[in-house]
Design a protein around this ligand. Sequence first.
Ligand code: PLP
Length: 432
Amino acid sequence: MTTLARTGLGPGHPPVASAADAAGRAAADSVRRERAYGARNYDPLPVVITRGDGSWLTDVDGRRYLDLMSAYSAVSFGHSHPRIVAALTEQAHRLAVTSRAYFNDRLPLLLERLVALTGLDRALPVNTGLEAVETAIKASRKWAHKVKGVPDGQAGIIACRGNFHGRSIAITGLSTEAQYRDGFGPYPPGLTTIPFDDPAALDAAIGPHTAAFLVEPVQGEAGIVVPHDGYLARCAEICRRHRVLMICDEVQTGLGRTGRLFGWQHDGAMPDGVILGKALGGGLLPVSAFVATDDVMQVFTPGDHGSTFGGNPLGAAVALAALDVLEDERLVARSRELGLWLLDELKGIESPLVVDVRGRGLFIGIEVDAAKATAREVVHRLLARGILTKDTHGTVVRIAPPLNVPREALVWAIGEIRAALEDLEQGVLRVA
Ligand SMILES: Cc1ncc(COP(=O)(O)O)c(C=O)c1O
């Protein structure tokens, strides 16, 4: 038995007979209802979560799981962080939503903080990541027309193959994933894609009407794809030379996930605009923002763009508390140090099923050999062992725990990952 299981930190055991039956019925009922009444746009793992606490989740049967997914980085500071929950409840009792028809006394503090963190000039708050990406695209196009002199309606956006920036029509128009696009067209014109991690392709793709280059510092949904050192610095130089904006989508990589505050800092590249989301909401609310230079942001005049809930005082108070936690718990350094150690440990797992382990900070992907197994199979075995994670792109298992995950929990998880791969390997050999 592992230390964690002995101390009760590991996956718990289901409660005794009748209580377990009732819990099992509750789980089945939740699954049945969701399947009966929900659109089928997700395919969740067969586990019904009812509680979250730090890095741990508990299902309706009372089993505990270590969260190695962090809701795609939205829960970077752990589930129900007491300081962030306190900020939420205090602010909810005082003032939650006013719309931007009036000033409120929380939003300005968040805007000032985002500007200080990024080194840019102005922030525009919205709710979800895709709204912030849309905001960046709109700002870039208007900047190209009003400032750069591109004819109205001609401004182009370049993104990278394998990107994930959200799922609106315009953003889906930039996607190279056939399933994301299938049946949703027509898409807006002026959207181009180039290979990721290829500065020469960017140089070649830029034309006189190009407004912006939109890029993730590490491609998350594509399977934790880390570019070569210096990639973003070279892109920034190319963009500057052609007078094209470089916009970094840090929705998933930002706020410490890759072991730096922002992913672009690995290369020392300074973008013209940054998109933040997920972790900014402290794991409690959707809070996102587009932050950019004055030159870009000044294209917006009152009425050009907005969102009813964007910049609400409740979200602003939560985001401020989340940023306090990030700083006070030194989570950027923690992500860097734990990430280096974890990457090393995971690379040390010798399994014929694993073809690559890569990542930056606590943003790691384990790629399995497609000829031998699927990432889903690994994920299912990890679920059975009390670890929640997620497959991406068929062959990659993502490892992205809350940045304040206890080190001993990761020590335990490494053993379970090794054992899960062994389970699968034996299964594969039996089938063969
Ligand atoms: C890099 C990136 N950009 C944008 C988004 C979209 O964010 P949201 O789901 O909050 O709209 C995501 C979501 O996974 C993302 O990973």
